[in-house]
Design a protein. Structure first.
Length: 729
């Protein structure tokens, strides 16, 4: 670790949420300017700064000083104060007003702002209201700076300073210094780590019970992040003893206290189940307990209520629709359709090429022709758009259907204000986590028919639970399996190999031949990540465009099992951008430079923009002055302000998980033994089923074999299947 001291000259980039900052700093006797990068809340030009870190070489921007710790000193000289106040850091103070403040108060300006902000009213043009607004901004800035300094002193990254201020405001320092474990409850995930670090690095002796309670909730949130609905109590108490040195009696008392105050829920599970041989108590976060019990209760209630019978001769209606859509339903599809028409709740599942899409189209038409109000929805915007295309009827994302409010986290639709429908058809149901399914079922009328359509062999949801798999495992709700591959689909090597992989059999890829454009499922051998990277770039930018007429950055999607390494998404994106969209000036962020015509991916659901996690678009415009971008999503233009760019990343290469619910003309998939920890059968299956026309695996047959044999992904802890069994028994 090295230390640099100097004067902060310019803020090149600053993320207002994470406080990741790229800045120019003047240092040394010769006043040389260097680039520093790191988390720096509340910084502004004119400040004296001391940073500790190390020199690194950025692949695009060259030598930079990456710091882990920073100490900021406010300027004392007139020029420093002028630069500091005029930087725009304090909302309401620009260069002109900064000059007026300095003219009025000189070197005492910052002390006036600290202790006598009402004296700002002495300056012409500043009234009481404006002075109060400036004072609030100044106090906010000071508190964030104090938080940042306190965190760094106690071994905590200052990146969290802004979040802590947002949570506690002017009481932030009091909470940090006197009641740090409040963070564990108010800021799940990061809050506990901050509180525990503070307690270890200060003389503050936290109440053992308070710390134990915070640890329990922390571990439950960690379990939820891994997809689990609960944590077995005996395993959790053992983890507390080993990881946090909390004895079993203290931990047990803390768990009982959390139960009494409603901060956790518990339930005794009898032994003899698939998961547990002996009776064990399970600990739940309240929202997950409510979701699991609520899903089971609503599904069982719907199954006991008879749906309204259809008012038409269904056999004649099906025949009419077959003629209308120019299809002939298979015996499996007909049996599935007949079952769906009779059941209150049903599941339709099958792999690619088995006719799920055709069946959904016919189901929607049958119910609509019979006078039923039909509602179609899917978990993602991409899946909803595809559902609209195949049915010719409007489909919505589940969040939009429920009227989700991003600011409050609440839904318009509920048991008191249900969805106005007789039939609810949900596509890509394997992607729905437990909490979203709970809210969906709460808003579903008790007499409505619910039809869940999906491929249970895909990757599980990103959030906690595995609802579709649990429903099927319970054997309490009718499940229609589509297994017959239609003749046209069977001619596809992608479909054939997908089913081989799904059944645990080795796929049959061809060795890729660039002289033909007739291949659909190929392998190009590569032994190292570096070799794979070179091949993927060549395929994406030259070979496939020349052989298949595919457009680089549009028709070809690279999917990787991992983020890091030469064949991970980060490295692939840099190399593909450099080759596909070279030599352009763009807008810099902490991770990327975004340029006109870049392919980008949206990273989190933004309901106000109607853009969702995993949506892919193209940059069609930018303003280098204010740092804003415009992205085209399937013909719809969406604008991002400079402080929203952290919602975007380059989209030339994405993870397999992010590709769920999408389809692409061509998919390139690195498969290397270096990716061992991520090589799973369902991941390989999900990746290749994203392609419509061409799949190319770049790597080794051994890696494919490893993935094929690994059909035991970590079991998600959930009691939903058992709840459905016992409730329906």
């Amino acid at each position: 670790m090295m230390e640099l001291k100097g004067l902060l000259q310019k803020i090149t980039f600053h993320n207002k949420d994470t406080h990741y900052t790229v800045a120019r700093m003047e240092t040394g006797a010769n006043r040389a300017q260097v680039t520093i990068v790191g988390h720096l809340p509340g910084a502004a030009p004119g400040q004296t700064i001391s940073v500790r870190g190390q020199w690194v070489t950025h692949p695009r921007y060259g030598e930079q000083f990456s710091f882990e710790h920073a100490q900021i000193t406010r300027p004392s000289g007139i020029n420093g104060i002028r630069q500091y106040l005029g930087s725009g850091m304090i909302k309401g103070i620009g260069p002109a007003l900064a000059e007026s403040i300095i003219a009025a108060f000189g070197t005492d300006a910052l002390n006036i702002l600290d202790n006598q902000p009402r004296r700002l009213e002495e300056i012409a043009g500043i009234g009481q209201t404006r002075a109060a607004a400036i004072s609030r901004q100044w106090q906010r800035h000071r508190i964030i700076s104090d938080i940042m300094e306190f965190l760094q002193q106690h071994g905590v990254q200052p990146v969290h300073a802004g979040t802590i201020y947002k949570q506690y405001g002017t009481e932030a320092m009091e909470v940090l210094t006197q009641r740090p474990f409040e963070l564990a409850e108010d800021m799940p995930g990061t809050g506990f780590a901050i509180a525990d670090a503070i307690s270890r690095n200060t003389d503050l002796e936290p109440d053992p019970g308070v710390r134990a309670s915070a640890c329990i909730e922390h571990l439950l949130y960690q379990a939820a992040a891994a997809g689990h609905m609960f944590f077995p109590e005996d395993s959790l108490l053992e983890r507390l003893e080993k990881a946090f040195e909390i004895d079993l009696s203290t931990a047990g008392r803390a768990a009982d206290q959390l139960l009494q105050t409603g901060k956790i829920n518990t339930e005794e599970t009898p032994g003899g189940s698939d998961l547990f041989e002996e009776s064990v108590r399970h600990l739940y976060l309240p929202f997950l307990y409510r979701a699991e019990t609520g899903i089971a209760g609503k599904l069982c209630a719907m199954m006991t209520v008879c749906s309204e019978p259809l008012h038409q001769d269904t056999a004649s209606l099906i025949k009419h629709l077959e003629n209308r859509f120019a299809v002939r339903l298979s015996s499996e599809q007909l049996a599935a359709l007949e079952s769906v028409l009779q059941a209150s709740v049903s599941v339709v599942t099958g792999g690619p090429g088995t006719g799920k899409t055709t069946l959904v189209q016919c189901m929607a038409a049958v119910f609509q022709e019979s006078g039923c109000r039909v509602c179609l929805a899917a978990p993602t915007g991409r899946a909803a758009r595809r559902l609209t295309e195949v049915t010719g009827k409007d489909a919505h994302t589940i969040h939009k259907l429920l009227g989700y409010h991003f600011e409050t986290g609440c839904f318009d639709k509920s048991a008191d204000n249900p969805i106005d429908t007789d039939v609810l058809i949900i596509d890509e149901a394997s992607m729905i986590d437990a909490e979203l399914m709970y809210h969906l079922l709460c808003a579903t009328p008790i007499r409505a028919r619910l039809i869940l359509v999906g491929d249970v062999f895909q990757l599980p949801p990103v959030g906690p639970g595995n609802v579709l798999a649990d429903i099927m495992e319970s054997e309490q709700i009718p499940v229609q399996f589509l297994t017959e591959i239609f003749r046209q689909a069977a001619q596809s090597a992608i479909v054939r190999n997908a089913h081989l992989i799904r059944n645990g059999m080795a796929p049959e890829p061809e060795i890729f031949d660039s002289s033909t454009n007739m291949q659909e499922f190929c392998i190009v051998e590569a032994q190292t990540p570096e070799e794979a990277l070179e091949i993927i770039v060549r395929l994406s930018t030259r070979t496939l465009p020349e052989s298949y007429g595919l457009v680089p950055g549009k028709d070809i999607q690279v999917l990787s099992p991992v983020h890091k390494g030469a064949a991970g998404t980060i490295s692939l994106n840099r190399s593909l951008q450099k080759t596909i969209n070279p030599g352009k000036k763009g807008i810099d962020t902490a991770e990327h430079q975004f340029c006109l015509n870049d392919r980008v991916m949206h990273l989190k659901n933004n309901y106000s923009k109607e853009v969702f996690n995993g949506d892919i678009g193209t940059i069609t415009g930018m303003d280098p002055i204010d740092g804003s971008l415009r992205v085209d999503y399937d013909g719809r233009q969406v604008t991002y302000d400079a402080d929203e760019l952290d919602e975007l990343t380059l989209g030339y290469a994405i993870t397999v998980h992010k590709s769920q619910g999408s389809e692409y003309p061509a998919v390139i998939l690195p498969m290397l033994t270096r990716h061992y920890v991520m090589l799973q059968r369902n991941l390989l299956y999900t990746a290749i089923t994203r392609a419509r026309r061409l799949v190319i695996m770049v790597g080794s047959p051994k890696a494919i074999s490893i993935a094929l044999k690994n059909d035991n992904p970590a079991r998600r802890l959930s009691n939903l299947a058992n709840r459905l069994k016992y409730s329906r028994a």
